[in-house]
Design a protein around this ligand. Structure first.
Ligand SMILES: NC(=O)C1=CN([C@@H]2O[C@H](COP(=O)(O)OP(=O)(O)OC[C@H]3O[C@@H](n4cnc5c(N)ncnc54)[C@H](OP(=O)(O)O)[C@@H]3O)[C@@H](O)[C@H]2O)C=CC1
Ligand SMILES: O=C1O[C@H](COP(=O)(O)O)[C@@H](O)[C@H](O)[C@H]1O
Length: 526
């Protein structure tokens, strides 16, 4: 394995102190700022009392700390929210979410306690200056205590908040909490999706944030871009001769990008009902995956080169035809008291996109996402066309497929036809399988948030959404979303624990997907 500092995949036993937060992986091609970073680092989690903060943000920070990426002599963490609680109350709220694999319980609790001591809580409002002045004072005290030279300290603000408060919070940060000068220090803002509700609101939000901060200071996080197999897509496509000649309309029949969850909105009904599955999953997570599957080879692996190509793909997507959309809502969704009883919000959607360019003309990209379905998984399924001149008459067994399983059980496998072992000359579907748990037994795959927060500290924007990308993404979905919001398109009911509406499978078949019968991929066990 590479040294821990250069790799974001860590060995199961590693607990090495890393003194630098600079990325060295793929460093030759990267475009990272070049000043030395010596000042102390303050990470401020706004909305620290909330769901995301406790389930994702603090655990990701803990894992970075545990692996030595957040040395206690440099880093301090602040929680900020309106709720009036003490430092210890916040620590107790998050303690139970800090988990780590394969460590003795005494080793674990030692790390947890030390980590929790790095956290301080400040209570204040999101709309007036008083709380933010207090926050600034606390951060400055920490910086002074670390002998950080003025202007060299680094401040990372993580907005784990509902998007409705982003504008006022950003204004407060700009007015009261910026790093005072720029002698190598910085102020960066991480904003969570959804970035707006449609094209207009997103543009308004972008303009507002754009007046307060420069684009290099803004990190629009989409945690799917931090998943191991999503990060592998460009390597897979552009570092393997196998795929180069095949990855196009001549060979590929259709591509599915699928997200399934086997639970419903679970305590987030109020949020979800305002947004729905398209804004929650498809317009961001699945569309980002589509970009990486469909984009042309970038000039280099510099973040801007990659993001330039993603924007081009998005701009080549044709307007969505409503005939190629199936919406669903699971039965019982409106029983949640925070959901309106006559809600039209889809909890399931299949949407077919078409990319109007030389590589993809005629290849449907089928994006499917649903809550309360029969399984939990996310995958990309590339289905190839039939083999012309099928001398083995094996068509009935199914087509070649290349499946990238993003989660759970990260894997990629190729479904292919082989001779059935034995004396007979017959064929059977089998697979070439790269299952990560089997192939990389010594490695723990980092959580997406862990990786992305590290990127924000390192100043690497590759895995974050650029403003023009966001605009192009909203352009694709806004007409459909408005039609749903206006009641012009209605979701069909489906049973919780099912595959979703039958109409979605019909749309899949209409789009050219050929179901393989009698073959099931079984994740290998050790
Ligand atoms: N939870 C998740 O799994 C995921 C969440 N996200 C995104 O992360 C962000 C935060 O999500 P989540 O933690 O679930 O949200 P929460 O509803 O838990 O809100 C976070 C905190 O914000 C404050 N808050 C809540 N509602 C309001 C309001 N109307 N006005 C002002 N402050 C409010 C509360 O703190 P207080 O009252 O103490 O100030 C709350 O603890 C959202 O943008 C969400 O879309 C993205 C991916 C997954
Ligand atoms: O952004 C979101 O993602 C989660 C699913 O994330 P995953 O990493 O577990 O696949 C989803 O449950 C949530 O509704 C959505 O806001």
């Amino acid at each position: 394995m590479e040294s821990g500092r250069t790799s974001s995949i860590v060995s199961k036993d590693s607990f090495t102190e890393r003194s630098s937060l600079r990325s060295e992986s793929f460093s030759e091609g990267r475009d990272l700022e070049s000043f030395p970073e010596t000042g102390c680092l303050s990470i401020i989690v706004l909305g620290a009392s909330g769901d995301l903060a406790k389930k994702k943000t603090f655990p990701a920070l803990f894992n970075l700390y545990r692996q030595g990426f957040l040395p206690s002599e440099e880093v301090h963490i602040f929680g900020y929210a309106r709720t009036k609680i003490s430092d210890d109350d916040l620590r107790e709220r998050i303690r139970g979410y800090l988990t780590e694999a394969k460590e003795t319980s005494s080793g674990h609790s030692k790390h947890v306690s030390k980590f929790l001591q790095l956290i301080k809580y400040v209570s204040g409002s999101y709309t007036d200056g008083e709380g933010f002045q207090l926050l600034d004072k606390e951060i400055s005290e920490h910086e002074i205590s670390k002998n950080s030279q003025e202007g060299t300290s680094r401040r990372l603000f993580y907005l784990a908040l509902p998007p409705s408060v982003y504008p006022s919070v950003c204004k407060m940060i700009r007015s009261y909490c910026m790093n005072k000068s720029d002698l190598g220090g910085w102020t960066r803002i991480v904003v969570e999706k959804p970035f707006g509700k449609d094209l207009n609101s997103a543009e308004k939000l972008s303009s507002h944030l754009g007046e307060l901060f420069d684009e290099p200071q803004l990190y629009r996080i989409d945690h799917y871009l931090g998943k191991e197999l999503v990060q592998n897509l460009l390597v897979l496509r552009f570092a393997n001769r196998f795929f180069l000649p095949l990855w196009n309309r001549d060979n590929i029949s259709n591509i599915q990008i699928v997200f399934r969850e086997d639970f419903g909105t679970e305590g987030r009904g109020g949020y979800f009902d305002e947004y729905g599955i398209i804004r929650d999953i498809i317009q961001n997570h699945l569309l980002q995956v589509l970009c990486l599957v469909a984009m042309e080879k970038p000039v280099s692996i510099k973040p801007e080169h990659i993001r330039d190509e993603k924007v081009k793909v998005l701009q080549s997507v044709l307007p969505i035809s409503f005939d190629e959309v199936v919406l669903g809502q699971y039965e019982g969704y409106t029983d949640d008291p925070t959901v309106s009883s006559d809600s039209n919000t889809p909890t399931f959607a299949t949407v077919v996109l078409h990319i109007h360019n030389e590589r993809w003309e005629g290849v449907p990209f089928i994006l499917k996402a649903g809550k309360a379905l029969n399984s939990r998984k996310a995958e990309i399924r590339v289905q190839f066309k039939d083999v012309p001149g099928d001398i083995f008459k094996c068509k009935k067994q199914g087509r070649n497929e290349f499946v990238i399983r993003l989660q759970p059980s990260e894997a990629m496998y190729m479904k292919l036809t082989v001779k059935k072992p034995g004396l007979d000359m017959s064929t059977i579907q089998s697979e070439l399988d790269l299952s990560y748990s089997q192939r990389y037994q010594d490695i723990i795959i980092p959580e997406a948030y862990e990786r992305l927060i590290l990127d924000t500290i390192r100043g690497d924007q590759q895995h974050f959404v650029r403003r023009d990308e966001l605009r192009a993404a909203w352009e694709i979905f806004t007409p459909l979303l408005h039609a749903i919001d206006d009641g012009g398109l209605k979701p069909v009911p489906y049973k919780p624990g099912s595959r979703g509406p039958a109409e979605a499978d019909e749309l899949l078949a209409k789009s050219g997907y050929v179901q393989t019968h009698g073959y099931v991929w079984i994740p290998p066990t050790l």
